[in-house]
Ligand binder design. Sequence first.
Ligand code: TYD
Length: 207
Amino acid sequence: MKRGLFITLEGPDGSGKSTQIEYLKTYFADKNLPCIFTREPGGTAIGEKLRSIILDKENQEMCDMTETLLYAAARAQHVQERIKPALEAGTIVVCDRFIDSSIAYQGYGRNLGDVVRIINELAISGCMPDVTFLLELSPEIGKSRICEENRDRLEQEKLEFHDKVYAGYQEIAKIYSGRFVEIDAGMQKEEIRDEIYTQIDRILRGE
Ligand code: TYD
């Protein structure tokens, strides 16, 4: 059986990934294609527990390497328990954030550099996305879209951190240009949807 397509969505906080994921649910349902939707950190019972530790506003003392390893641990579990089995069964997997979030947030945002990629390549054991949609939005606009009291530990970070994440994403998109589709997240949500639909149509046609 042909391996399923592995799609990830990436972008700064507030870039509108959730809206686009809802559109993708409609897209695959209309086409009657087997598909699962999942997210990081999380996606498994163990991963969701790790998520609550990572994002907890109380955990202000968490050091950057702990944060990196927790995201990677949640990801390793996610790949083994859900993503790989689904892909091997020919199911399409749509994941809200994946390895590129760690490279952007921990590698660039926390200044941990290339060690983050190395740790995460171990965590995912070869299970790389086929296509990654990067919703690009300036950190100023992204932050303004999230109301203050709902911000988690990462979203509470200073604008300087989010600027580094944003610059990181742009660099990663260049390094992995074959896999990345960069989208201006300042466009109307329907325009973004149509752009994503067009790209997936193309991939499904095998182009
Ligand atoms: P979430 O509420 O899922 O944010 P969003 O709706 O913007 O996707 O919280 C995930 C947060 O964790 C988000 O700020 C990005 C951050 N993150 C990392 O720093 N590294 C990672 O590897 C992942 C997956 C997320």
